[in-house]
Write a protein that binds this ligand. Structure first.
Ligand SMILES: Nc1ncnc2c1ncn2[C@@H]1O[C@H](COP(=O)(O)OP(=O)(O)OP(=O)(O)O)[C@@H](O)[C@H]1O
Ligand SMILES: [Mg+2]
Length: 217
């Protein structure tokens, strides 16, 4: 369902990714580890279509991500690919509720079932009291949980998370990992996460490492 083929990326003269090839199937749960600066976020950004690779291709459900129009990409992001950025990327002018719903639904009305599902996630991740607040009024960990909920609300078939528990205490970390484990097991969601924590990485079925711009299995 995701095929990464020969992806290369340099910044200035620094070669960050040196021909990365990988495949992720339905129901995979994979952790990507690697030193700071090893290119993990760059790789996720290329898979998510946010960063253009210098060479190579990413196919999601058979479609070349780099060839999609903005509109097709937006549609894919709302239903197929949930993405949690390392820096959260909440919209500062929207409160938490609107960040969770509006950005996930592209302004479409939220159906009752989705609303109920979202409310369950909001409760489990402890954000019920925060819905009317704006991102600047939240702690880093609260922003992180809001970004995770936003990515999951529409039950995407793939969810990509860049250090999803980096700002969380151990209780919130466990709550997030329980949710990810459940959607992987019960909904068959493909989960790809980057983490520096061996403990968080171990929730996945497989761990891969990025070393010097190459994948070490
Ligand atoms: N937009 C950019 N312009 C120039 N250099 C960049 C840019 N984005 C990333 N880099 C460089 O590419 C390298 C890989 O960055 P990346 O963010 O992918 O690392 P990472 O593995 O996610 O690190 P971390 O664990 O700290 O998040 C780094 O050396 C970084 O400085
Ligand atoms: Mg990173």
């Amino acid at each position: 369902m995701i095929k990464v083929k020969g992806v290369e990326k340099s910044y200035n003269s620094e070669k960050v990714l040196r021909g990365v090839s990988l495949e992720f199937g339905k129901g995979d749960f994979v952790s990507i580890m690697g030193e700071s600066g090893s290119g993990k976020s760059t790789l996720l950004g290329i898979i998510g279509g946010f960063i253009q690779a210098d060479a190579g291709t990413v196919f999601i459900d058979g479609k070349d991500v780099s060839a999609l129009s903005e509109r097709e990409m937006a549609k894919m992001r709302s239903s197929v690919l949930g993405f949690v950025f390392q820096s959260y990327a909440l919209i500062p002018t929207l409160n938490v509720r609107d960040n969770i719903f509006l950005t996930a639904t592209l302004g479409k009305k939220t159906d009752p079932e989705t609303k109920e599902y979202a409310e369950g996630l909001i409760k489990r991740l402890g954000l019920s009291e925060m819905l009317d607040k704006y991102p600047t009024e939240l702690s880093g960990g609260q922003c992180q949980r809001a970004a995770i909920i936003r990515a999951l609300v529409y039950k995407p078939s793939i969810v990509i998370l860049d250090e999803p528990t980096g700002a969380l205490d151990s209780k919130s970390e466990a709550a997030v990992m329980r949710v990810l484990t459940e959607i992987n097991r019960d909904l068959g969601t493909t989960v790809i996460q980057v983490t520096h924590s061996e403990k968080v990485a171990a929730y996945a079925k497989k761990i891969i490492r990025l070393v010097d711009g190459e994948i070490v299995l």
